[in-house]
Every structure is written in structure tokens, then in C-alpha cells.
Design a protein around this ligand. Structure first.
Ligand SMILES: [Zn+2]
Length: 160
């Protein structure tokens, strides 16, 4: 396994554990060159994680698609490509909880949650595509809800 920090090919496995239904093995590895630790996931090739879409069609999970959606949401926002990559990895990591299939709505919700915490503009952009607001009214309602939630949070912070 190539170290993500220094590209060194030799490592030592320091921990292995099955996730969920044991069709995925998570391994902690120690780079023998730079000493950094990193994680790899081993999945049975015959069972790639399938995304179940709303019309029940299935397609293999595609990391690039998640990245594309995020990049669109973050267009002209002060967010570095590294931060986007980190988000993609976090989402991919969370999806390891699902062994065989994951509903696409689950992926969407996880992305929304992260965007919500990170950047309200990106959140609204992603939500407007993801939730496919049928009309302006829906969109404005969502904005109002968001504003209220933020005010509540701000009030809590002030009160604390
Ligand atoms: Zn290394």
C-alpha cells in the first residue's frame, strides 16, 4: 500500500477490524518510512457499494459524482480544493457503515449536514438542486427555516 503522505510502498498493519456486516475490513496502517498512520478499506470486489436511487435503479457509488456536486455548491466560495477533498473522504468514510447498498437520499442528507455546518451558501445551493424545489415558494420556505435555525443557534451561543 502506498503511503498517502510520502508514497512509500511499505507499511505495517497495526489494526484490522470488520465493519458492519463484515464485508468491509478497515485497516490502520503505519508507514515504515515517515511513520504516519493511515486507513484503508478492503471490500469484496464482487459487492461494490451500490447507490439506490429514488426510482429504485442502482449504480455503483461514484466518489467523483460527490466531488462534482460539492464543487458546484462551492463555486466562488472561500473553500479550498483540499477542504472539498476532505469532505468527500469524510462522506465516503461514513458510507462504510453500509455494506451493500445505500439510498442516494442518505448520501444527499449527509452532504447537506456537512454543508450546513460549513457554508450556508453552499448548503442552499446544494439543497436547491438536491431537494429540487418545485417552485420559488418552496425555496423561500427553506431559506426562512434556515435563517430561523441559525438565529436559534446564535441565540443559544449568546445565552451560553
Ligand atoms: Zn509515509
Amino acid at each position: 500500500m502506498k503511503c498517502p503522505t510520502c508514497d512509500h510502498p511499505e507499511d505495517r498493519v497495526i489494526d484490522s477490524r470488520p465493519l458492519d456486516s463484515a464485508s468491509v475490513i478497515r485497516r490502520r496502517r503505519l508507514c515504515l518510512h515517515c511513520g504516519k498512520r493511515y486507513t484503508t478499506y478492503e471490500r469484496v470486489e464482487a459487492t461494490p457499494l451500490m447507490v439506490v436511487k429514488s426510482d429504485n435503479r442502482r449504480e455503483p457509488f461514484n466518489r467523483g459524482k460527490v466531488r462534482e456536486g460539492l464543487l458546484r455548491a462551492f463555486q466562488k466560495r472561500p473553500v479550498t480544493p483540499d477542504a472539498v477533498e476532505k469532505l468527500v473522504s469524510e462522506i465516503e468514510y461514513e458510507l462504510q457503515d453500509f455494506a451493500l447498498e445505500v439510498p442516494s437520499s442518505e448520501i444527499g442528507e449527509r452532504i447537506l449536514k456537512k454543508l450546513y455546518a460549513l457554508d450556508p451558501v453552499a448548503y442552499v445551493r446544494f439543497a436547491s438542486v438536491y431537494k429540487k424545489f418545485s417552485d420559488l415558494e418552496d425555496f423561500l420556505r427553506e431559506l426562512a427555516r434556515l435563517k430561523k435555525a441559525h438565529q436559534k443557534r446564535a441565540a443559544k451561543i449568546i445565552a451560553a
